[in-house]
Design a protein. Structure first.
Length: 93
């Protein structure tokens, strides 16, 4: 639970809360992208890392997310600009 996380890991709790606050302000298509980003991030660390490929994620969303939403995502989550690897857990660093 969030209360337990706050008690045991206050720094991580603050990052989670900051992420949630930013996430709430995003347009719907940007939220869907972030949701899928986490799925692909988990896949990239699984037994089948090819299922978490950055190019697959880009292909899934190319032409389906507005330029405005892309701009907001890049502005609020600068690590997304690095397309070499999935920036799964480092969005707020």
């Amino acid at each position: 639970t969030l209360a337990k996380l706050r008690e045991l890991h206050p720094t991580l709790y603050n990052k989670v809360m900051a992420f949630q606050n930013i996430y709430k302000t995003l347009p719907e298509d940007a939220k869907v992208f972030i949701d899928r980003l986490f799925v692909y991030g988990v896949r990239s660390m699984s037994a089948l890392p090819s299922l978490g490929n950055w190019n697959l994620l880009k292909a899934e969303f190319q032409g389906k997310i507005s330029k405005s939403s892309c701009s907001q995502l890049l502005d609020k989550f600068p690590p997304l600009k690095n397309q070499g690897e999935l920036p799964h857990w480092s969005l707020l660093e």
